[in-house]
Design a protein around this ligand. Structure first.
Ligand code: M6R
Length: 614
């Protein structure tokens, strides 16, 4: 979802900005644009609908000399995707150019007020309102640009990360943030801006995460200055970026998604490293042990998340209930935030988010904190807003996930939930030491079993050819396999655009069974667990209605083999760890079906990697 890049320095401004935009493509967007301030202070803005490559083609014969610049990929919220609505937006007099990530909720009121003062608008966007407001304040109050930005941001309701450049001033970029990510990269005599660190990782690993209600003033030959909306200077806290450029490349795979699926043996090793200790006798999770009393005292856990992270939360619920006997509720963050939740100080709220920037999850955290809950984060991106906003937490450490469809982050989240459940069980004594050692020992072997499961790749590629043109899919599972079914269905629909529904297998007879015929394949997740006999009946129910069945079963299964049209055998692991294995064939199946259909799996239509608006 919208990406911002900025650069001020002696390098090739245009190239740095365009390459930075390409790095942010994974976030999802529909148009792109760039504003360049030439050494003489001329402000040139170029923007186009479509990919960054379109923008490059458009810029080929343009004046690209610059000393500073800002650039943007837009994911439309207010106003259709178009050349005109693409960012940067100008003030009416053409003095300012601004890029924005987020939404200005009171833009209509502000727009009408500005119109009454004679302002004219040329786009449908909320962003144009902000840039016009800044310029209006500057001219009517005869104040500096920074003062005008401070004043305008005080009037704005909503979320924003913005960057602004000014005609006649090639030596300054002003940037600000509220509830949308913004990072400043400090180089040697040059300064970068990004929605995250990916646009400038090859130039510097020194970063400053701009905080809510802060303004970063980037000026040539001067140290970075950060002020708040009341003009008080705040400390510039320089941190180190924790990923490498190699992690942002495809490494020989055709797509990031395939690379990320195949990386899982090593990402899960990284996720577990240092956390299963003493020969798998014990789990060490500092985020829990540093707040022992909270976990000892808690009488309910509420998980808040969106999308795939919500599915991981459903598995977290089963793990924590089974291993720790603590009641767990799982809420969509977008519903939770508006549901007047009843929360007490003895509740722990766990916020799960790969990006660490999802707007609804962030808002849910604020509500939980305001009501006195202890909030624990499970995130991937180090230093993102969610890990910073939570009281404690655990990183999944699976490296940058670029494919929009989440794969390795899902298995990382489920692994962290397993570690978390073991750590709490250890603290509260709900499992015996041998029981902890048994699950931990198997968890340590999971990367090896994932590697074994990935050997199904060729078989799944062949299988995908049979089902590429199915128009609907049903994914069924029970117990630990039910969230896996939901996740499998989400994976298929988001990258292949095939309608797919995940269902608890036993619920099927209360409605979805009506859909089953020879045109409707069912993917049934049926490992050898305590519900195995039950799901065999569900398989029979599908079979007897003429539906075709792809079953994910434990190696050596004979019963379902005779009923299903296709079986994919996975290694035998303890029931609570099965999702880490059974989700792998579903990731591959959706990948190959989407590839067969010629879809852009890494950047599916309409989707954004980091959903920073409501
Ligand atoms: O970054 P988050 O984990 O908070 O993102 C939540 C969802 O937007 C995300 O999981 C989405 O559903 C993915 N596209 C799923 O593959």
């Amino acid at each position: 979802m919208c990406g911002i890049v900025g650069y001020l320095g002696d390098g090739n401004v245009y190239e740095i900005l365009i390459n930075g935009l390409k790095r942010l493509e994974y976030r999802g967007y529909d148009s792109a644009g760039i504003a360049l301030v030439s050494p003489e202070g001329k402000l040139n803005v170029y923007k186009t609908l479509g990919k960054v490559s379109n923008l490059e083609a458009y810029c080929r014969d343009k004046n690209l000399t610059a000393r500073a610049g800002i650039a943007h990929t837009r994911w439309a919220t207010h106003g259709e995707p178009s050349d005109c609505n693409a960012h940067p937006h100008y003030s009416e007099d053409g003095r300012l150019a601004l890029v924005h990530n987020g939404t200005i909720e009171n833009y209509q009121v502000l727009r009408e007020a500005l119109q009454q003062h004679g302002c004219h608008f040329s786009t449908q966007t909320d962003t144009e309102v902000l840039v016009q407001l800044i310029e209006y304040i500057r001219t009517s109050n005869s104040c500096t640009l920074i003062e005008a930005v401070r004043e305008a941001l005080k009037q704005v309701v909503g979320a924003y990360a913005v960057a602004i450049v000014e005609r006649g001033n090639p030596d300054t970029i002003i940037a600000a943030r509220k509830s949308s990510p913004l990072v400043v990269g400090i180089g040697d005599g040059e300064t970068f801006l990004g929605s995250d660190g990916t646009p400038f990782i090859e130039y510097t690993d020194k970063v400053v995460y701009v905080q809510d209600d802060e303004i970063a003033v980037i000026t040539r030959d001067q140290p970075l200055k950060i002020i708040n909306l009341d003009n008080e200077e705040t400390k510039v806290d320089v941190k180190k970026l924790e990923f490498s450029i190699a992690q942002l490349e495809k490494g020989g795979y055709d797509h990031f998604m395939l690379k990320e699926i195949f990386e899982q043996p090593s990402t899960l090793t990284d996720c577990i490293r240092g956390r299963v200790v003493d020969n798998a006798q014990r789990v060490l999770l500092n985020g829990v042990f540093d707040h022992k009393e909270k976990f000892m005292d808690c009488n309910r856990i509420i998980v808040v998340a969106c999308g795939t992270s919500w599915h991981a939360g459903l598995l977290g619920k089963q793990l924590i209930q089974d291993l720790c006997a603590i009641p767990v509720e799982v809420e969509y963050a977008s519903e939770f935030r508006y549901s007047h939740p009843v929360i007490t100080e003895r509740d722990i709220v766990i916020a799960v988010s790969q990006s660490g920037e999802t707007a609804d999850t962030l808002a849910a955290i604020q509500i939980a904190k305001a009501k006195g809950a202890f909030v624990y984060g499970i995130s991937n991106v180090v230093g993102a807003s969610i890990p910073r906003e939570t009281h404690s937490g655990t990183y999944i450490h699976v490296g940058p996930e670029i494919g929009v469809a989440s794969t390795k982050a899902f298995t990382g989240q489920v692994t962290v939930f397993t570690l978390l459940a073991l750590a709490i069980a250890q603290l509260r004594g709900t499992l015996t030491q041998p029981q902890i050692a048994e699950v931990s020992g198997h968890l340590q072997q999971i990367p090896h079993y994932v590697k074994e499961t990935l050997k199904l790749n060729d078989k799944i590629r062949q299988l995908s050819l049979i089902y590429t043109y199915a128009r609907n899919f049903l994914y069924l599972g029970r117990g630990y396999s039910y969230p896996v079914a939901l996740e499998g269905a989400l994976k298929l629909k988001e990258i292949s655009y095939i309608h797919a529904e995940g269902y608890p297998a036993a619920e099927m007879k209360h409605g979805p069974i009506a859909l089953i015929d020879s045109e409707m394949p069912s993917v049934i997740i049926a490992p050898h667990d305590h519900l195995y006999d039950k799901i065999v009946s569900n398989v029979q129910q599908v079979k007897s209605r003429g539906g075709s069945i792809i079953a994910i079963v434990t190696k050596g299964d004979t019963v379902i083999r005779d009923l299903a049209d296709h079986v994919l055998e996975v290694p035998d692991v303890p029931e609570c760890l099965t999702p880490l294995i059974t989700s792998i064939p579903l990731q591959l199946l959706s990948y190959y079906i989407a590839i067969n259909k010629g879809k852009d799996v890494d950047m599916p239509r309409n989707l954004a990697k980091s959903v920073t608006v409501e």
